[in-house]
Every structure is written in C-alpha cells, then in structure tokens.
Ligand binder design. Structure first.
Ligand SMILES: NC(=O)c1ccc[n+]([C@@H]2O[C@H](COP(=O)([O-])OP(=O)(O)OC[C@H]3O[C@@H](n4cnc5c(N)ncnc54)[C@H](O)[C@@H]3O)[C@@H](O)[C@H]2O)c1
Ligand SMILES: O=c1ccn([C@@H]2O[C@H](COP(=O)(O)OP(=O)(O)O[C@H]3O[C@H](CO)[C@@H](O)[C@H](O)[C@H]3O)[C@@H](O)[C@H]2O)c(=O)[nH]1
Length: 443
C-alpha cells in the first residue's frame, strides 16, 4: 500500500518506519525542512532505541522516503495518516491549529480518492471537523477514519510492531477493511468501532493510566506515614488480575508529552459538555504535588537549601528518551533555585533538550554522573536510567559532601544500598537510617 504520513514527530516517524517495515511504500512529510534534511542524511532527530536501524534498512529497500512536499507525497498514495502535534493551550484544551492546517493542505492536494486517517490524539468530533475542512477544498471523494496511537516513548518501535491492540474508528466497511488489512500483520486484537468512540478510547486510556499512577502515589504518601512499603503494597495489589501490576510504580509523578496534556484536555472536553470530571481533576492535582515530595525530603534532611549543592540524576521524564516535555525535573529544579540551592545536573542524553527550556546560569551541567555528585550535599534520582542503577553507591557516597540520597523512583534495592551509609529517602517505603543523620549531624 502507498502511504503518506504527515508529521515526523515520535508518532509519525515511528509509525511511518514501521508501516514500511510491513512492506508498504511510505513517504513521511514534514513542513520542517530542516528535519527533512536531517532525515534524508540518515539522522534521526529523536532518541528512540532501534528506530535508526529500521529506518535505514527501509530507506535502502526503497520503501521509505522523506519530503516536505505534501502534494508530491500524496500523488501516488492511497492512505494519508495525520500525525502532527496537538499540544496544550494555556486552558488545557488541545491546540488544533496543526490539525486544521494539515486538513486544509490535504484538501488542496487531494487529486484522487484517498482514505484520511487521524493518528494524532484529538478531541471527540475532530474527524468530523477535519472532514468538513477537506471537503470545502476538493471535489474528490475521500473518507475519514481514526486510528489512535498507543506507543510509549523509549519502547516506541516495539510497541508499534507488537501492540496490545489496534483501535480502528471508521464509518464505512471499505475504510474499516482497508485498515484491518493494513494492521492485521501486527495483532489479532483489531477493534473496529465508530469514529467518536475511537477518539475517546485514546483519552480514556491515558486518563486511566494516569489515575493508576496518582492512586499509587497517594497510597505511597500514606505508607510513609503509617510505616508500610508501597512496593509491597503494589505487588500485592497487582497480582489481582482485575487490578493488574502495570502502572503502579510510585515516584515523583508522571510527565511527558502525553499524560499531562491528555488528562487536562479530557477535563476540558468534559467541561465543554457541562460535565465536571472531578476524579480526573484530582489525578492532575495529586500528580502536580507529588514532585515536590523531593523538596520536602531535602528540607527534612538538610534543614534549609540556601547555598546547598544538590546533585540531580536524570532530567528526562522517563528513561530511554531525550524528551523533557513536562518532565517533573523542570519544576523540581525551579524550586531548588527559588530556595537558593545549586542544582548540579546530569542526564545521559536529555541535557541538550533540557538546556533549551531551563537555561538558568545557576544550573551546573555535568558530563558524568560522578562529576555531579562530587561535593554535593544531597543526590536526587529523578529518572531511573540503568546507568544510575549500575553505579557503585559506596563510590558515590565517598564523592559526596553529605551522604543523602533522595530516590524519587524507588530505584535502589537494599542490596544496592548495603555497604554505603546513605540517609536514604525513597517514596512510600521506610526511609533508612536518615533520622539519625538528618538534622542532628548535618546542620
Ligand atoms: N509522543 C508520543 O509518545 C505519542 C504517543 C501517542 C500519541 N501521540 C499523539 O500523536 C500526536 C503527535 O505527537 P508527537 O509527539 O509525534 O508530535 P511532535 O510535536 O513531536 O511532532 C509533530 C510533527 O508534525 C510536524 N507538523 C506540524 N504541522 C505540519 C504540517 N502542516 N505538515 C507537515 N508536518 C507538520 C511538526 O513539524 C513536527 O515535526 C499528538 O497528538 C500526540 O498527542 C504522541
Ligand atoms: O507505574 C508507573 C508508570 C509510569 N510512570 C510515569 O508515567 C509517565 C509516562 O510513562 P509511559 O506511559 O511509560 O510513557 P509515555 O511515552 O508518556 O506513554 C504514554 O503516553 C503515550 C502518548 O499518548 C501513550 O501512547 C502510551 O500508551 C502511554 O503509556 C512517565 O513519567 C513515567 O515515569 C510512573 O510514575 N509510574
């Protein structure tokens, strides 16, 4: 099948490469000419394990190409996939300007029947609005469908080639059949539904996963007060198949380009039909507060943060990505600066992206994890990169001015900590030997 994918962000690029891997001829289009030049040179603008190898192989096979010319890309295609961004407006609502302008461009370029699929996460009713925008610009026949994307950053290729399910929102058997045939090699779990329900499945799925995270974070906060261990609690809960073990890792809350924006957008979508989504509002609020637990623990351990050197390991919103959109690290570092501390930061790959949004001259940037901890008054682990978990904690302790470790991701086990003498503050688990060292010895 000849496919045009519009937008080469995470979703457009990964799905374009994966559709090519399935044997289709794919042209990826982006209006960002610089990005297209990079891609044509074989450079992948995002960090995503396995993506470059797969992209290179499919370019070599002649099944994948890049262009900034939508007209040219659509000349031979049978299917157009829209994968442009829907970032949040200050109100929380999804910003539809990229979708709207692509719709207009597709309408202008449509020269024969094509199936137009929206893969971006869009509010319910968007497919109909896009249909109207295209129809206003062409006399050619076309159909609309919704195939929301569920990939996770960091495992995007795996998720796309081995999805739990594919949701197809279509209102004709022709469109449904085309999309079933396209996705059949990936999974037997092909759910065909109406377009509005498909659009809603995406928001409801992200909102539910975010709810699980905020729920376990609140349980963790209570565990800290009653002396229980949230990892034991989550383990015990997760064995119940009705609950499931996934997304019950307590920590500093969710970040990234999806959960924060999609939860807020769903609250707005509900609000637009006069429904007050109270539960989801609480999920968002709990998530926002959770990141500041790191600051509370630093204050408990150090008394005050004025003039303190605080090492930060991890800036990305999760491991295996260089994406820092809505990463909890952003606000944690802002708060540290407000309280007079010097953040000394390291991330294996996200530092260039982080620097673009947090360019404060008081932040000290380090190329190696050990450089960040040297002389530090405390270390905060904010992203559980495997390289941090492999560090010898005794060596880390020796390098630091004070042995205080705030583990925002519950990443270290008792075995890893054995031998070092940290005042150790995890999330929702018993803190180790900290009350003795904290305040009394250190201030
Ligand atoms: N990032 C994820 O992990 C993920 C996962 C599932 C769903 N989604 C959803 O998929 C959509 C895309 O997300 P993303 O993270 O890939 O976005 P992104 O912002 O990283 O990339 C969007 C790309 O679209 C391009 N673009 C914008 N307007 C264009 C136009 N008129 N013509 C051609 N290209 C244009 C931009 O230049 C950019 O390269 C969003 O709705 C998002 O919510 C994202
Ligand atoms: O038990 C958990 C699981 C995740 N997280 C955090 O939640 C955030 C999101 O993680 P994850 O879902 O793995 O990453 P994303 O790449 O943002 O993927 C989510 O958002 C995408 C965009 O919509 C969807 O396609 C995916 O299905 C959905 O998982 C990260 O900050 C994680 O640290 C936790 O705190 N605890």
């Amino acid at each position: 099948m000849n496919i045009t994918v519009v937008g080469t962000g995470y979703v457009g690029l990964v799905s374009g490469v994966c559709y090519a891997e399935l044997g289709n001829r794919v042209v990826c289009v982006d209006k960002d000419a610089h990005k297209i030049m990079q891609l044509e040179r074989g450079e992948i603008p995002i960090y995503e394990p396995g993506l470059k190898e797969l992209a290179d192989a499919n370019v070599r096979r002649g099944r994948l190409s890049y262009t900034s010319d939508l007209h040219e890309a659509m000349r031979l295609s049978e299917l157009v996939i829209i994968a442009v961004g829907t970032p949040p407006l200050p109100s929380g609502e999804a910003d539809m300007r990229y979708i709207e302008s692509v719709a207009a461009e597709i309408g202008e370029a449509l020269g024969h029947y094509q199936l137009i699929v929206i893969k971006s996460t869009v509010p319910v009713g968007t497919n109909e609005a896009v249909r109207g925008l295209i129809a206003a610009r062409t006399r050619q026949p076309f159909e609309m469908a919704s195939v929301p994307e569920f990939l996770r950053e960091g495992s995007a290729v795996q998720d796309t080639l081995h999805p739990d399910r594919i949701v197809i929102g279509a209102d004709s058997s022709r469109a449904a059949h085309t999309l079933q045939e396209l996705h059949r090699p990936l999974t037997d779990q092909l759910i065909v539904t109406d377009i509005r329900s498909a659009e809603m499945i995406k928001y409801a799925s992200n909102a539910f996963l975010a709810t699980k995270i905020s729920f376990i974070n609140e349980i963790a906060n209570i565990c800290e007060k009653v002396g229980a261990d949230v990892t034991e609690v989550a383990g015990g809960m997760g064995l119940d198949r009705r609950i499931g073990a996934a997304f019950l890792r307590a920590g500093i809350g969710y970040g990234g380009s999806c959960f924060p924006k999609d939860t807020k957008a769903l609250i707005q979508i509900a609000g637009n039909v006069a429904y007050d989504f109270k539960l989801l509002k609480s999920v968002v609020e709990v998530n926002h507060m959770q990141r500041f637990g790191v600051i509370d623990k630093l204050l408990r351990a150090l008394g005050h943060l004025q003039g303190r050197r605080v090492a930060i390991w991890g800036l990305a919103f999760k491991p295996e990505t260089d994406d820092v959109r809505d990463a909890p690290a952003i606000e944690i570092i802002e708060r540290l600066l407000e309280l007079g501390a010097t953040p000394v930061v390291h991330d294996p790959i996200a530092m260039p992206n982080f620097r673009r949004i947090a360019a404060d001259p008081r932040i000290v940037w380090c190329e190696q994890p050990l450089d960040a901890v040297r002389g530090a008054d405390a270390l905060c682990l904010l992203t559980e990169w495997s390289q941090y978990l492999r560090q010898d904690l005794r060596e880390v302790e020796r390098a630091m001015a004070r042995p205080i470790l705030i583990d925002g991701r519950n990443a270290y086990s008792a075995e890893q900590l054995a031998g070092a003498h940290f005042a150790y503050y995890p999330v929702g688990r018993p803190a180790m030997n900290n009350e003795d060292i904290a305040l009394h010895e250190l201030i």
